[in-house]
Design a protein around this ligand. Structure first.
Ligand SMILES: *Cc1c(COP(=O)(O)O)cnc(C)c1O
Length: 390
């Protein structure tokens, strides 16, 4: 009676639904999509990238919400990913960015998927498939403007000759390139790639080849509003899931795009135990307790996608407090020290990636600790981790 109320609200423990699972907010995916739309000029077409199972957010559910929100294009990596979307009822245009292997070409045509062709010698084959299917087949041509990965390095006259020779059964709908250093504002590489690409597009236009879409930008140029790169279409992947890579360089512009992570990753507590001081914990006896401690063993390990390198480095969130990962991350298990956390019991859940109360862990923080990149953390979440769409 008459006691001052405590201003910090206690976060209750919540029961685990699975051993380990991700919760994906489709509302947040939609908000991120609209935020990309805000930063890109309204005349710029958006092509959200849903490859690798939408960076493990679930390509079918993510694509469905993006289509409902107005996306007219989606991009995947390979024919199988495109076919899975078609089989789920997806009606948008689908660009297949990294798969034009001979044994997949007929399937691309059959499922109305638009391939990216990256070698002018393949144009004739696409044309013969078009003749077989009896309809004009569109494609996008990828230019290697300096990244040194996929894309043709042929000049405009060689490209024009190959297009001419392939004939009218195929349509050059898009001309694209991809940046190698888009978040590095000290590097001249992006400007050089832009200049190369624009010159090539002009030279092709002068020869009568004017595709509907010129496109270069993925998340980073959109995130920092490098509008010269937007052209007719942008290909955001990371941004749709709530991330933009940190900019490097003294000339870096400020971040324009306000997106938030859509995915929370959780794991169940399998066991809680009190151990004395000087107890060895886990493989290699890597961790030795300094004082009497309470530890919890979580039902997720590196086979679920928790980077092995987080051993003795990472942390998780237990009822709004951070709990350090102690010892080695095992294949199926991870041990944390909960001595200083609010109590949790067997069957409760903890957060591996996400926010609770004041505590927050995102894929970029995990990546820094694990010596990798946020893309790798998200794509590394294993298929055996259940997915729940909210
Ligand atoms: C993966 C990919 C993208 C999307 O990149 P983000 O950095 O995730 O936005 C865009 N274009 C190509 C060619 C890609 O391979």
């Amino acid at each position: 009676m008459g006691q001052p109320s405590n201003t910090t609200t206690t976060i209750r423990s919540s029961p685990a639904l699975h051993r380990s699972w991700v919760e994906v907010s489709l509302r947040q995916i939609a908000d991120n999509f609209h935020e990309v739309r805000r930063v890109a000029n309204p005349s710029v077409e958006l092509m959200p990238v849903v490859k690798a199972d939408a960076y493990r957010h679930g390509a079918v559910a993510v694509s469905r919400v993006l289509e409902e929100e107005g996306a007219r294009w989606l991009a995947v990596s390979n024919a199988d990913e495109g076919i899975a979307l078609r089989e789920s009822g997806c009606r948008t245009n689908i660009l297949v960015m990294a798969d034009f292997l001979p044994f997949e070409r007929a399937a691309l045509a059959e499922h109305h998927l638009t391939p990216v062709i990256h070698d002018i010698h393949d144009l004739a084959d696409w044309a013969s498939i078009a003749q077989r299917f009896g309809r004009t087949l569109p494609f996008h041509l990828k230019i290697d403007s300096g990244m040194g990965r996929l894309g043709t390095r042929a000049d405009a006259s060689a490209i024009a000759d190959a297009l001419q020779a392939a004939g009218p059964s195929i349509e050059l709908e898009g001309l694209m390139t991809h940046f190698a250093s888009a978040a590095d504002f000290d590097s001249p590489q992006t400007d050089e790639q832009c200049a190369y690409f624009r010159k090539l597009a002009e030279d092709l236009a002068a020869r009568g080849w004017k595709p509907k879409y010129l496109h270069m930008a993925s998340t980073n140029p959109v995130g920092y509003a490098v509008r010269d790169t937007f052209c007719d279409l942008v290909r955001p992947g990371h941004a749709i899931y709530g991330y933009v890579s940190p900019a490097r360089g003294t000339k870096a512009p400020s971040l324009e795009l306000r997106v938030k992570p859509a995915l929370t990753w959780k794991a169940a507590v399998l066991a809680v135990k009190d151990v004395e001081a000087n107890a060895r914990i886990g493989y290699g006896g890597m961790h030795v307790t300094r004082s009497a401690s309470r530890i919890a063993i979580l039902a997720a390990g590196y086979a679920d996608g928790i980077p092995h390198r987080l051993g003795a480095r990472g942390r998780v969130i237990v009822r709004g407090s951070y709990a350090p990962i102690i010892g080695a991350v095992s294949m199926d298990l991870t041990t944390i020290d909960i001595t200083n956390c609010p109590p949790v019991g067997v069957g409760d859940s903890v957060i591996l990636l996400g926010s609770e109360g004041e505590a927050s862990i995102d894929a970029q923080q995990i990546a820094r600790l694990a010596g990798t990149i946020s893309y790798n953390v998200l794509c590394g979440i294993h298929a055996r981790v259940k997915r729940v769409h909210l």
